[in-house]
Write a protein that binds this ligand. Structure first.
Ligand SMILES: Nc1nc2c(ncn2[C@@H]2O[C@H](COP(=O)(O)OP(=O)(O)OP(=O)(O)O)[C@@H](O)[C@H]2O)c(=O)[nH]1
Ligand SMILES: [Mg+2]
Length: 367
């Protein structure tokens, strides 16, 4: 190539203009173009929040064996086969734009491997996921904006166990109200699991939970350290799939380890509480010896209710009359007119009611 160097331009800089770099750039451009064309074709667009949840028809693939997605990685997924062995699998191009989530029942086919020596490397994919079976439930929370309208938590669970620690991190009923709304919207049964009960005195009745107790919600106090409540949880796990949800550090993984000796899931150091770091970084599907299944999930900062139906709130706050649920912001929790036992519940209701309707100002702007 006949090039002229401008004054001060180094040879290295010129090297960047080399043909090879150009051709790579051109390739990545064409890839981007191709991807955006396919997005339009498959109708998977960020503006249609429900499109994310639609699954391609799995009926042509019923002859393939079925497995459960037990953990997602960035490049591949781990699936558990009928014989309980776990295989690493890639995703078929047919699933482009589809979000798979832990708990999904999938149809898979063994991948013909070009390099036979890879067969022995269990860290590399051994199979390919071709289709997803219809889900019996899908637990999701609101996303940050309309590019990602929902964040999926898990599929095919039956109960949501909202975990809250007595201390470290502090007990916050707000998250439990949110978790209840998400459980209702996904059609899951809801249960509150209080963790680290050993960290509070027996005299401490945990009055923060009184408003929730009065709603008749099932609340179970547990301690992985003393073993309190664990037998009840094991009984519950005889016949259901339960997902653990809660702030980082409340002790979800510690509870899993106490319930499933041998699962050896990494748990966090108490001293690092407050740094906002999660110990568990991916949800995991964990079959138990009791018959049912536990799903451990990474700690969440908050559970957004953005995009959920306000109708749910009448079930989360059944103590309030319909006209108050209709527009809670028209009432003042603290002016004494309503004679509320727990004014903070009305405050919560107002917050969630406003949040459910939050719209991203850029929602109609094409990406
Ligand atoms: N005293 C006491 N400490 C506990 C109990 N359960 C958990 N912990 C401690 O709490 C800390 C955090 O526990 P994890 O199980 O890692 O918490 P996690 O909810 O899985 O956290 P993420 O994975 O970040 O979401 C660890 O230091 C545990 O030892 C308990 O019942 N009693
Ligand atoms: Mg954990």
């Amino acid at each position: 190539m006949n090039r002229k160097f401008r004054l001060g331009q180094s040879r290295e800089a010129a090297d960047l203009d080399h043909r090879e770099v150009y051709s790579r750039e051109a390739k990545s451009d064409s890839k981007r173009r191709q991807q955006s064309a396919e997005r339009v074709q498959t109708g998977i667009e960020g503006h249609d929040s429900e499109s994310l949840l639609r699954l391609p028809d799995a009926s042509p693939w019923l002859h393939l064996p079925e497995a459960t997605l037990v953990q997602r990685h960035s490049q591949w997924v781990d699936i558990e086969l009928a014989d309980r062995s776990v295989l690493r699998a890639t995703l078929s191009g047919k699933l482009k734009g589809v979000k798979l989530v832990v708990g999904d029942r999938v149809r898979y086919s063994p991948v013909p491997l070009e390099q036979p020596e890879l067969v022995f490397d269990k860290k590399l994919p051994q199979a390919q996921v071709i289709a997803i079976s219809p889900r019996s439930s899908l637990l999701k929370r609101g996303g940050l904006d309309d590019r990602e309208p929902w964040q999926l938590i898990c599929a095919n669970a039956q109960e949501l166990w909202a975990c809250a620690a007595v201390v470290d991190p502090p007990l916050r009923p707000g998250l439990l109200e949110r978790a209840q709304a998400l459980a209702l919207s996904a059609g899951l049964a809801f249960r509150i699991i209080v963790t680290k009960r050993d960290r509070a005195t027996a005299k401490d009745t945990l009055p923060e939970l009184d408003p929730l107790r009065e709603q008749g919600l099932p609340i179970l106090e547990t301690s992985a350290a003393s073993g309190a409540g664990l037998e009840v949880l094991k009984d519950l796990l005889a016949d259901r799939v339960a997902v653990l949800v809660g702030h980082s550090g409340v002790g979800k993984s510690t509870l899993v380890n106490a319930l499933l000796p041998g699962s050896e899931i990494r748990t966090g150091d108490i001293s690092r509480y407050g740094t906002g770091r999660q110990t568990t970084t991916a949800a995991r599907w964990l079959p138990t010896p009791y018959g049912g299944t536990l799903i451990d999930t990474p700690g969440i900062r908050t559970l957004s209710l953005r995009g959920l139906d306000r109708e749910l709130l009448s079930h989360v706050f059944p103590e309030f009359p319909a006209e108050l649920i209709e527009d809670p912001t028209a009432f003042d929790p603290f002016d004494g007119k309503l004679d509320l036992a727990y004014p903070e519940r009305l405050q919560s209701l107002q917050r969630l009611w406003l949040e459910m309707d939050t719209r991203n100002p850029n929602q109609n702007v094409h990406r």
